[in-house]
Design a protein around this ligand. Structure first.
Ligand SMILES: Nc1ncnc2c1ncn2[C@@H]1O[C@H](COP(=O)(O)OP(=O)(O)O)[C@@H](O)[C@H]1O
Ligand SMILES: [Mg+2]
Length: 301
């Protein structure tokens, strides 16, 4: 069973390792294969629409490309949607929970924002039907970085430790069942071939395991392949001062390629499956780059 056969994919990992990039590449690959995909972004800034060269969606679901939609899941909007679902009335919700009071609650109860955000994401993955057909085949969550990502994914667990009865607990139960079911959900850690990102990835991978959150392949992003042979280096060195910048660049590239080999090995010893994704050297990082990354992702799709 490949990644795209799941209902919910979660991408997390250290900041700047490529979570949003992988989210966009996976969404593009899935939509090209005929799946209707929803990308959910929960971090402060929307990124995925930019990467796809489309205007940002904001808090309403918007189709960016054929079969590929995205939404910026903001706590305030998500809470309103949840409230309306329960009260069955927009007017009543706005009457009871004005903007100010919602803002107050979101600020006063730190995990409330996560509860409603995760609630919206999992609802689209599990309960969003148009007639008898699911509205989306696949939901991809571009999750926050490491610690905050784990906090988001363990919201149901933490909640259910404290509260067992009532409608919110019932919702938390199906949310947790979805997150912990490896047939329906996979959480992929994204990392890069550098010391800190790899150490953090291993810790996060272990933590996900401890919380019984099924782990997909760890994506080792921005891998440099060796390109410059010893012979070529000698030839460049012969160019003397004229080519010294080129020689430095070649050395830097090969140093990163060595790091890639080293950290791929370190990771392989610690996690079940890894998938290397090459660094893409495009100046304009857009759809063409995402397609290249999608090709690298193919073995796990
Ligand atoms: N495989 C890659 N090759 C080249 N650049 C990449 C690659 N993956 C990500 N990047 C670049 O790295 C930066 C951080 O990626 P991003 O997906 O925004 O990370 P995150 O969402 O984890 O913070 C971006 O500028 C992105 O274009
Ligand atoms: Mg991001």
């Amino acid at each position: 069973m490949g990644l795209l056969d799941r209902r919910l994919l979660v991408l997390t990992g250290k900041g700047g390792t490529g979570k949003s990039t992988m989210t966009a590449a996976l969404a593009l690959a899935a939509s090209r294969r005929g799946k209707r995909v929803l990308v959910c972004e929960v971090t402060a800034k929307e990124r995925v629409a930019d990467l796809l060269g489309r205007p940002q969606s904001g808090p309403q679901i918007r189709e960016l490309l054929p079969r590929l939609s995205s939404v910026h899941v903001r706590p305030q909007t998500a809470m309103r949607e949840y409230g309306i679902m329960i009260l069955r009335s927009e007017m009543l919700y706005d009457l009871v929970f004005g903007r100010k009071i919602v803002k107050y609650f979101l600020e006063a109860a730190p995990s409330l924002a996560e509860i409603v955000q995760l609630g919206k994401v999992t609802w689209h993955a599990e309960k969003d039907f148009e007639g008898s057909r699911r509205r989306f085949d696949l939901v991809i969550l571009d999750a926050p970085a490491t610690g905050h990502g784990l906090t988001l994914l363990t919201v149901p667990e933490v909640f259910l430790d404290l509260v067992h009865e009532g409608p919110l607990a019932a919702d938390m139960k199906w949310m947790q069942a979805l997150l912990q079911d490896e047939q329906r959900t996979q959480t992929c850690v994204v990392t890069m071939p550098e010391e800190m990102p790899v150490n953090e990835a291993i810790e996060l991978y272990d933590a996900l395991g401890k919380h019984s959150l099924p782990r997909g392949p760890v994506i080792l992003n921005s891998v440099f392949a060796p390109r410059i042979s010893e012979q070529e280096r000698v030839a460049v060195a012969r160019g003397g001062p004229l080519l010294s910048a080129v020689a430095d660049a070649a050395d830097a590239h090969e140093a990163r390629a060595e790091l890639s080999v080293r950290y791929e090995k370190v990771l392989r010893e610690k996690v079940q499956q890894i998938l290397p994704v090459p660094h893409v050297f495009d100046r304009q990082f857009g759809i063409a780059a995402l397609e290249r990354i999608g090709k690298a992702l193919e073995p796990i799709l």
